[in-house]
Design a protein around this ligand. Structure first.
Ligand code: FAQ
Length: 315
């Protein structure tokens, strides 16, 4: 027993040294169970976010204002599906299978990003989602690309490149509306008013309220804190908003010349936790939709398995 404990503490020491020296952890390497479980939690939630995130955008494919806009939106949504599948595969390297992850999502045991529980009411919202939601995702994921787990950090490299295109297509929609007539400008501003605070919430609770940050940062599952990333996003986005004539919906927004940060009003954390706990405007709708189409797709999964088996028999 004692020997076992001392060999585990030796492995743990070696593991932490690798992390401190920025050596990636790979699927077959030894890792503490808590590291594995924490990664499964975060990565599977990330994958679910990409998949559930297709719903608010899918709502506008048939109503895109031009063929060009429709083609861009379709390509973007398809990319998000790819990110989800990529991330499910990366998570499977930790010893959980996709079926179990999907059950956890549908039973409410696994979370997905709070942002996808808000409705897309008009075309400007598609601009705001691309600009703000993908913009926030890039800030977060550029950090995750420096994380300690090889398959997750490498997945982030490609995902970030695609998110760059997504962010720009959203900003283009907003910029076009802001160059349009008074009612188009009003729509863009109204959309920013509704999406601004939810996009700040994507970075999670304040560092002081974050349950996982301390351990996750020690293990470099995250390499920067929730508040640091949120501030970086605010600084980038305020300037982008001003550039096209949008007003950030915060009367206390002030530029601090010493810290070079835009300072904001306190975030409505009560709303955040309410949405995270399943009581946002669209939580129930999102999971019901996912479950319905997952069940209806059962025959596709069965057919794919039979096909794969036949292919193997032929070889
Ligand atoms: N929503 O201790 P922390 C995209 C939970 S979409 C819901 O600080 P952590 C593009 C957290 O899970 C974005 N829950 O947690 C796209 C934990 O609960 P748990 C995809 C949240 O993990 C655009 C509890 O609160 N990106 O890419 C949220 O250290 C358009 C305590 O929090 C990701 O998913 C939240 N916002 O830090 C796609 C990012 N925040 O698990 C389609 C990956 C916190 O103990 C369409 N995740 N919670 O039950 C992360 O980077 C981290 O998990 C954080 C939270 C930073 C979100």
């Amino acid at each position: 027993m004692q020997k076992n404990e001392s060999s585990i503490s030796f492995l743990e020491k070696q593991f932490q040294e690798k992390i401190n020296n920025d050596i990636k952890i790979e699927p077959k390497d030894w890792m503490p169970e808590a590291y594995r479980n924490n990664l499964i939690r975060q990565m599977s939630q990330h994958a679910h976010s990409e998949i559930i995130g297709m719903q608010p955008e899918g709502n506008w494919v048939l109503r895109a204002p031009t063929l060009r806009a429709k083609k861009i939106l379709l390509a973007k949504i398809q990319d998000e599906a790819g990110h989800g599948l990529y991330l499910y595969s990366a998570t499977e390297t930790l010893g959980i299978d996709r079926k179990e992850m999907i059950e956890q999502l549908q039973q409410g045991k696994a979370k997905y990003s709070s942002i996808f529980n808000y409705p897309t009411l008009n075309w400007a919202d598609i601009g705001a989602v691309g600009w703000l939601v993908d913009g926030a995702a890039i800030v977060n994921q550029t950090m995750l690309a420096r994380g300690s787990y090889g398959p997750y950090s490498r997945a982030m490299l490609r995902i970030c490149k695609e998110e760059g295109f997504h962010q720009r297509q959203g900003y283009e929609i907003m910029a076009k509306m802001m160059a349009g007539n008074a009612s188009q400008k009003e729509m863009a501003q109204d959309s920013l008013n509704r999406w601004w605070e939810p996009s700040l919430m994507m970075f999670g609770p304040h560092d002081s309220e974050s349950t996982h940050s301390e351990q996750s940062m020690k293990w470099k599952i995250k390499v920067e804190s929730n508040d640091n990333l949120r501030q970086r996003f605010i600084n980038k986005t305020v300037d982008q908003a001003h550039h096209i004539g949008l007003t950030i919906p915060d009367k206390n927004l002030t530029y601090n010349k010493e810290t070079r940060n835009w300072e904001i009003s306190p975030i409505n954390w009560e709303e955040f936790w309410n949405v995270v706990k399943g009581n946002g405007p669209c939580n129930r709708q999102r999971i019901a939709h996912h479950t319905k189409y997952h069940n209806e797709g059962q025959w596709v999964r069965e057919a794919a398995l039979v096909f794969a088996k036949k292919e193997m028999e032929i070889q």
